[in-house]
Design a protein around this ligand. Structure first.
Ligand code: SF4
Length: 264
């Protein structure tokens, strides 16, 4: 849980839960696992259990103490909808996000089934953006689960992208992020997969953010796609409210190209 983040599409991270369990090919080289082990070795008290799922109730009120409005990635070191996180605890996290209305919260999960199953039990404040991770076409069901939930802004994190996603159903989706895997054992990403997703986003009028090529040296590989930086963000109108698009069928026409550093 920290102010400031190196993640290209957010500003800060907040971890009311730490640790997780792997559940698919996208988890194989989990960054959070590597980082948790490092923090455990450094004696960081929140990581005394390493990567074992651990609730961090003392971290719950942190965003309320951060006075400067910012975009906060929730649980960069875990998955809020992990089956061992009690529903009541998830609801407390939603309560903090509602109360800290001056921030924007980005929640990302691979456990889209649990998210969808309890959707009506969450307090979807307008400042909560909800996303699912999809690494290959085997997991596009997560997008259907996301489409039905009550979040005002719904986004896809296609990272680490491990295969082509030629037939994305982008109805009701407000933002798409694509990224390649980074780290010592990074699996390669075919540029054709990326340009195809970008073109699907353009056709559907959905903002597209290309985060990185990844690889062993992600800084060197950079994030230029056909000579251009893609940092589009969803345009959030004041009128937009949770469940405005509960049927998930309306495609927003809000693509806004922002070159270079994200601005919103
Ligand atoms: S769901 Fe996310 S945090 Fe959990 S193991 Fe997979 S990649 Fe890591």
């Amino acid at each position: 849980m920290a102010l400031g983040s190196a993640i290209e599409w957010t500003e800060s991270t907040w971890n009311p839960v730490t640790g997780c369990d792997k559940m698919g090919p996208g988890c194989r080289h989990c960054y959070a696992e590597r980082m948790a082990e490092r923090l455990q070795a450094m004696g960081q008290p929140n990581y005394r259990n390493g990567f074992k799922l651990t609730l961090q109730p003392r971290a719950l009120d942190l965003p309320l103490r951060w006075k400067k409005p910012q975009t906060i990635f929730v649980n960069s070191m875990s998955d809020l909808f992990h089956e061992d996180v009690p529903l009541e605890f998830i609801q407390r996290v939603f309560g903090v996000m509602r109360d800290a209305h001056w921030h924007r919260f980005q929640v990302l999960t691979k456990r889209a089934g649990r998210l969808a199953a309890h959707d009506r039990q969450f307090d979807w404040a307008p400042n909560i953006w909800m996303g699912v991770s999809v690494e290959t076409a085997t997991y596009t069901r997560r997008i259907d689960d996301l489409r039905g939930v009550g979040a005002a802004v719904k986004f896809l994190s296609l990272e680490p992208l491990l295969g082509p996603l030629p037939n994305l159903d982008l109805r009701g989706i407000d933002w798409v992020i694509v990224g390649g895997e980074s780290g010592p054992k990074a699996r390669p990403m075919d540029p054709v997969w990326v340009t195809d997703i970008r073109d699907q986003c353009i056709r559907a009028g959905v903002p597209f953010f290309f985060k990185q090529w990844g690889g062993r040296n992600k800084k060197k590989a950079g994030r230029l796609l056909e000579g251009q930086t893609w940092s589009q963000m969803p345009a959030v109108s004041a009128e937009k409210r949770p469940r405005d698009r509960g049927d998930g069928l309306e495609v927003p026409s809000h693509a806004r190209a922002v070159r270079g550093v994200s601005a919103y």
